[in-house]
Design a binder for this molecule. Structure first.
Ligand code: F6R
Length: 607
């Protein structure tokens, strides 16, 4: 969704802002703009559509100056036009604002401001902010900003420049991410670290309710009473190469290929001396017996990871586990109390529905443990306990390494619970630990085992609809396989529990159908063979996903994607890999914009 960036220093701001916006493109956007201060004057340029439109406009305009702010907009209030693009500028042209989030009470504020004589150019919720600044400004920017944000309801990460202070930027944050990059003689802010990493690895994570004043030499942070807050500077652990394509045609392919490494980085720090050891969970150990159930909540692929986790945790811990879509959980009247452990899963750590579901469950007494990829994100901060996936930055909109590392954490968490509840015998525990250690290799093998995927994808790319069927963990993997395919290739695709087919969906199967049959759960293989026969009888073409050395599958399936054998509880991790590649090559065959599928955003910070 929207991305924001800002720079103040001794170089021209516009190229730095445009480069920052380029790095934020992956978040999803439909217009962009920058504003730069020069000689007590603010110049803005904005353009709808791709960033290249803005870059072209910038080369024809005068946007010189050493301090500025930029924005990529994912339209919510008002169409993606030049006028609705940020930055928005005050009527007296003294202030420019970029905003990530939603001002929920904007309609009421807009009416009040119109009554006071302000005129609005755009249809956005954001424009109220810039007029409020003008209204409250009496020569002191900090005071004007504090007064302005006190009027706002909703969520915001704001970047503000004022023509009275040509080398200063002000920021404010509530519920949307904002990071300050600390350089030497230059400072930055952005909605995420990818926009800063080429300039500095030293960052300050702004907390909700904090505002900052950023000059080339100084970063000051204040609370809403104007009191100074001493912040620590953190160091980003990954490097610029992680946020670049490194020779791959798409970030998605690069990230698929990075999965063995991402898994290793996620698994290694949490297994020591043959035991799962989550450093951050020591305080949870003492009350682990008080939990009567676990609720896992998330959206999209993270929800699918949770669906896998449910099977594994229930199997090993014999504790009831529900996996709930956050967008549903937040509006139910869920049966959740202080005996519930809520596990929230999120790559970005900023997903609005997941945040709302967490808050709802927290209010009902649940303990919240989150599994998050982005350090310092909103979800990590709202949680009682956090476990990080160490997948590194994920740029492609469709998650791959984020999802796979979430499952790795859930697998280890299941073992950790089972061990701390004394529910697992030593042999099974030791076997699973050594199987977890080999997951990076198995994923590498899954990448290597399927050279026929490209030609298979070519053959299947003209299908209008593809069904995914599976049972148990295979079914959870089908949900993710089907989502991957539809989001990047735009082929209609659904996943079904294989046993449910005959209760309705089989009516759709005919000789034009392609059915992907995930069949890696050996204990259910015969059942899957029956389902495969059912759809074949009705003319379907079957692409099976099966364990290597399973020769029986070749009797029924038309084609097979091969998965290296592993413990059935852990198989989701290597099993998703050929399905990711299958989706990728189909989307490529169809000429789709793989890294930025239409209508999608990487970080879904609105409901
Ligand atoms: C699909 C995908 C989305 C996300 C979902 C949750 O490929 O990436 O379905 O999984 O939007 O996002 P996070 O994990 O950031 O909370």
């Amino acid at each position: 969704m929207c991305g924001i960036v800002g720079f103040t220093g001794s170089e021209q701001a516009a190229p730095i802002l445009l480069d920052g916006l380029k790095r934020l493109e992956y978040r999803g956007y439909d217009s962009a703009g920058i504003a730069v201060t020069n000689d007590n004057q603010i110049n803005t340029i904005k353009a709808s559509g791709q960033l290249v439109n803005l870059i072209n406009k910038a080369s024809d305009s005068d946007v010189s100056g050493l301090c500025g702010i930029g924005h990529t907009r994912w339209a919510t209030h008002g169409a993606p036009t030049d006028t609705n693009a940020h930055p928005h500028i005050s009527n007296d042209r003294m202030f420019a604002v970029v905003h990530n989030g939603i001002i929920e009470n904007y309609a009421e504020l807009r009416d009040e401001l119109i009554e006071k004589g302000y005129h609005f150019d755009s249809e956005t919720d954001t424009e109220v902010v810039v007029h409020l600044l003008e209204y409250y400004y009496k020569g002191n920017m900090r005071k004007a900003l504090i007064k302005t944000v006190s009027k706002l309801e909703g969520s915001y990460a704001l970047g503000v420049i004022c023509s009275d202070f040509p080398d200063e930027i002000y920021t404010a944050k509530l519920g949307s991410p904002l990071i300050i990059g600390v350089g030497v003689g230059e400072n930055f802010f952005a909605s995420d670290a990818t926009a800063l990493i080429s300039h500095t690895k030293n960052v300050i994570y702004l907390e909700d309710g904090e505002i900052s004043r950023i000059t080339p030499d100084k970063v000051e942070v204040f609370d809403c009473t104007s009191a100074t807050i001493n912040k620590t500077v953190s160091r980003i652990v990954w490097n610029i190469e992680s946020a670049e394509k490194g020779g791959y045609e798409h970030f998605m392919l690069k990230e698929i290929m990075e999965q063995p490494k991402a898994l290793e980085s996620t698994i290694k720090p949490n297994i020591r001396d043959g035991k799962v050891n989550f450093d951050g969970l020591n305080d949870l150990k003492s009350n682990i017996k008080d939990f009567t159930k676990i609720v896992i909540t998330a959206c999209g692929s993270a929800y699918h990871a949770g669906c896998v986790g449910r099977y594994v945790i229930e199997e090993l811990c014999r504790l009831p586990v529900q996996t709930e879509l956050a967008s549903e959980l937040r509006y139910r009247n869920p049966i959740i109390d202080e005996h519930t452990l809520l596990i929230a899963i999120s790559q970005s750590g900023e997903t609005a529905d997941t945040i709302a579901a967490m808050k709802e469950c927290k209010n009902r007494g649940a303990t919240v443990l989150s599994i998050v990829n982005v350090v310092g994100s909103t979800i990590s901060k709202l949680s009682d306990f956090v476990i990080y996936t160490w997948a590194g930055p994920e740029i492609a909109v469709a998650t791959t390494k984020g999802y796979i590392t979430q499952i790795a954490i859930l697998d280890m968490l299941a073992l950790w619970f089972a061990d701390n509840l004394n529910l697992i015998d030593e042999k099974l525990y030791t076997d699973l630990i050594s199987d977890i250690h080999t997951l990076p290799e198995r994923v590498q093998r899954a990448l290597d085992l399927n050279p026929h995927i490209t030609s298979l994808a070519k053959k299947c790319s003209s299908n209008n609809s593809i069904f995914f069927i599976g049972r148990n963990i295979d079914y959870a993997v089908c949900m993710e396989g089907s989502l991957k395919l539809k989001e990047i290739s735009y082929i209609q695709s659904e996943s079904y529990a294989a046993g449910e087919l005959k209760h309705g969906t089989i009516a759709l199967i005919d000789d034009s159908s392609l059915v992907v049959a995930a069949s890696c759960q050996e204990q259910l293989f015969d059942k899957m063979m029956s389902n495969i026969k059912e759809v074949k009888t009705r003319g379907a073409n079957v692409l099976a996903v099966a364990l290597e050395h399973n020769s029986r599958i070749y009797k029924e399936a038309d084609n097979v994607l091969v998965v290296p054998s592993t413990n059935p509880l852990l198989v989701a991790i290597p099993e998703i890999v050929p399905l990711q590649l299958f989706s990728y090559y189909i989307a490529k065959e169809r000429g789709c914009d793989i890294d930025k599928p239409k209508n999608l955003a990487k970080s879904v910070t609105v409901e």
